[in-house]
Structure formats: structure tokens, C-alpha cells
Design a protein around this ligand. Structure first.
Ligand code: COA
Length: 381
């Protein structure tokens, strides 16, 4: 096969149809089932958006109530899953903990080998409901704290924060977290969703597909970028006493130096969006609210300094992971928990794609262009 036929990284290749979401890089827009994501973030709860991704329509009052009841019933950390998590060292990366927890949930699921639409919907809702307990407990155990039991009187986002911190959060913080969960939920054929679809295309089960997707999301070129952004902030140094301008100047100098050394700076650039990520303005507004709420102008300075210097040098724009990293930091999450929060959100998109793949399946099996040695005989050595 000629070299020019190879689409390295599948860049620009359209591999299937989807009705779950539409990314339009020309207009920097993202639609979930036809709805602009910034409108969903302004007007909906994450529960409503999860329902939308799976069912194609937003729920009415009665549907939402039934769905929330189902979600609340699945919030408690399964003792079997907790036992397995407790066997993992506290030094294990939280993404490894998530991956293991999902794998165990699959093995324990009563419908493990049933991949009917009904069974997959039940498994998807179970994962959606259970993931906050896994993420929250893993962060807590790393800090020597015990499980916080879920609360039925709180919505998904408020309860997630409750289980992570054991304290009820004010509405502004819950709202910013809810926005991040909605914006992270779905993004067409990104690397982890494509991984889930590849696994599903072999007629493997939903938990196997999600486990593989978590592995793909872990990498810093994908979901792991939100953690990497915080490492950049830490490397520059977060100085709470500093003004916005002082922090911005140090961040700018750091970026100029990094780019001079040809470093790739995480949180910038995107395979599809070349003029800005559709989700960033909404997430940046949520970050701004958190900066004001926690009174941390120096974070604003670091953010602006890096963004400006990157724009001036290479005109590369921030992606969604850039504002989410510092937002989760301000809320009190430790850095390794950032990508697992992304998992808890993206489970909705992954499982919507898994069900869509199964409904019109074709084994995903591309070709490769061989460039190794020509055929040769095995001779005596
Ligand atoms: N920092 C510095 N330079 C970057 C960059 C970044 N974050 N992202 C892209 N570039 C540069 C590349 O060095 C390359 O420059 P060159 O042509 O001089 O070699 C050019 O922009 C094209 O980059 P490339 O990596 O080929 O584009 P891509 O479409 O394959 O990459 C990403 C997309 C996301 C993999 C890439 O932008 C990246 O690695 N970003 C950082 C990781 C990240 O934030 N991931 C989360 C994505 S939501």
C-alpha cells in the first residue's frame, strides 16, 4: 500500500454515523442529541443530560423523577468493590482504581453476559450511579479518611461533592461541578469512545468496553491532560499572596521558556478544534465563578499568563481540560482525582455509544501498510 494511503492517527477519517453528538469545528459548536451543550449546561442537571444521551430526548417531570430514584438507589459503594479497592495500594493511580472497580462491577453484575438493550441500559445507569462513590472513596482513603455514605436528599452533583468531602457544598460550587460534568459527558469519536466502540464491535460486554475506555482516557494526550494542567500550575508555583498581574507575568515567562524548549504544554490544542474548543467558554465562566468564590486571583493570573503566551507564540487555544483542572483544584479535589471525575461524567457518553454501536454493529477492523522485511526463509543459526 502506498504511504499516502495511510491515515496516521485516523486523522480526518470518518468511520461511522452517530446520533449522539455533533462536533462542528468550523463554528466551535457541540450538540448533544441536537441541543447546544452550553444551553444544556445553563439549564439542566447532569442527570437530565445523562437521560438525554441515552434516550435521545430530555426527560419530562415524571421520567426524571423515576430516573433520579433509580440513580439514588445505586449510589452506595458495593462492599465487594470496596474490598477490591482496599486491596490496591494507596499509591495506585486513581485511574487504575476506577478501571479495576468497573471491571469488578462487570464481573459482579447479575446481567454480566446479557447485552440486550434493556440489560445495557440497566448496566449504564448502575455505572453512572456507582462511579461517584468509587471516585470519592478512593480520594478519601488516600487521605486516611473513611467512606461517606450517600444522601438521598441531594442531586447527583451535590451528593458527589458530599461523598468526596463529607461536607455539603454551597450552590455556586455544586453548579460549577454540574457544568463540568455536563461538558465532559460526550464528544463524538474521541479516543476513549472509539476504544469503547471497537471493543463493543467484537460483541464483548459493556463493562469490558468501559474498562478499555478508561485505559484510553488515562493518557495525558486525552483525559489525563486535566491533571497535567495542574502539574504545570504547580511547577510554576501557586502563590496565594500574589496578585493577578504578578502570577500572569511568571506564567508567561514559564510558557515562553517551555515553548523555546519545544515542550508540549498540556491543556492546549485539539485534534478536531483548531480555532478553540466549544466547551471552553462555558467552563471558563464556571472557573471564573470559583476564582471569585474562593478569592483566588493568582489562579486567574496563571491561567491568563499561560493562555496569552501560547496564543502569541503559536495561536494554539486551550481545550476543555485547561479550565477544569484549576476548577477542581479550587473545589478541594486532589490532582489525581481529576481524570476519574472525567470518567464519572464520560460514562454516559461511552455507554450511549456502546448501545448505538450494538444497534447497527460492524466489526471494527482496519488495515495496516506493512513496512517490515521482505519475506525470507528461516536459516540455520
Ligand atoms: N503545546 C505545544 N505545542 C503544541 C500543542 C501543545 N499543547 N499542541 C499542538 N502543538 C503543536 C505541535 O507541536 C505541532 O507543531 P509542529 O507542527 O511545529 O510540530 C502542531 O501544534 C500540531 O500538533 P499535533 O500534535 O500534530 O496535532 P494533533 O492534532 O495531533 O494534536 C493534541 C492534538 C490534543 C494531541 C495536541 O494538541 C496535544 O498534545 N495537546 C496537549 C494534550 C492535551 O491537552 N490533550 C487534551 C485534548 S482535549
Amino acid at each position: 500500500m502506498a504511504e499516502q494511503d495511510v491515515k496516521k492517527g485516523l486523522a480526518g477519517v470518518v468511520v461511522d454515523y452517530t446520533a449522539v453528538s455533533k462536533v462542528n469545528p468550523e463554528t466551535n459548536s457541540l450538540l448533544y442529541r441536537g441541543y447546544p451543550v452550553h444551553e444544556l449546561a445553563a439549564k439542566c442537571s447532569f442527570e437530565e443530560v445523562a437521560y438525554l444521551l441515552w434516550n435521545g430526548e430530555l426527560p419530562d417531570g415524571a421520567q426524571l423523577e423515576a430516573f433520579s430514584r433509580r440513580e439514588k438507589a445505586g449510589r452506595v459503594l458495593d462492599p465487594g468493590v470496596k474490598r477490591v479497592i482496599d486491596m490496591l495500594p494507596e499509591t495506585a493511580h486513581p485511574m487504575d482504581v476506577c478501571r479495576t472497580a468497573v471491571s469488578v462491577m462487570g464481573a459482579l453484575h447479575p446481567l454480566a453476559e446479557d447485552s440486550s438493550r434493556e440489560a445495557n441500559m440497566a448496566k449504564a445507569v448502575d455505572l453512572f450511579a456507582a462511579m461517584p462513590a468509587v471516585v470519592a472513596y478512593d480520594q478519601r482513603r488516600r487521605h486516611g479518611q473513611d467512606v461517606v455514605e450517600p444522601r438521598d436528599d441531594l442531586g447527583y452533583s451535590a451528593n458527589f461533592l458530599w461523598m468526596a468531602f463529607g461536607e455539603e457544598q454551597v450552590p455556586e460550587v455544586v453548579e460549577a461541578f454540574n457544568v463540568s460534568m455536563i461538558l465532559y459527558a460526550e464528544h463524538s469519536f474521541n479516543a476513549s469512545t472509539f476504544t469503547a466502540r471497537v471493543i463493543t464491535s467484537t460483541l464483548s460486554d459493556l463493562h469490558s468496553a468501559v474498562t478499555g475506555a478508561i485505559g484510553a482516557l488515562k493518557g495525558p494526550l486525552h483525559g489525563g491532560a486535566n491533571e497535567a494542567v495542574m502539574h504545570t500550575f504547580d511547577e510554576i508555583g501557586i502563590r496565594q499572596e500574589e496578585s493577578l498581574e504578578e502570577a500572569a507575568a511568571r506564567a508567561k515567562a514559564w510558557m515562553e521558556d517551555a515553548l523555546a524548549k519545544k515542550k508540549k504544554v498540556m491543556g492546549f490544542g485539539h485534534r478536531v478544534y483548531k480555532h478553540g474548543d466549544s466547551r471552553v467558554p462555558t467552563m471558563k465562566a464556571a472557573l471564573d465563578k470559583m476564582i471569585a468564590h474562593y478569592g483566588r486571583p493568582e489562579i486567574h493570573g496563571l491561567y491568563n499568563g499561560l493562555e496569552q503566551a501560547m496564543d502569541e507564540a503559536k495561536a494554539i487555544k486551550p481545550n476543555m481540560d485547561y479550565p477544569t483542572g484549576p476548577t477542581y483544584h479550587l473545589m478541594g479535589f486532589d490532582t489525581p482525582t481529576f481524570t476519574p471525575i472525567f470518567v464519572a461524567s464520560r460514562i454516559t457518553g461511552w455507554t450511549a455509544h456502546i448501545m448505538e454501536q450494538l444497534a447497527a454493529n460492524s466489526l471494527i477492523r482496519p488495515l495496516s501498510a506493512y513496512k517490515g522485511p521482505e519475506q525470507r526463509a528461516v536459516t540455520a543459526r
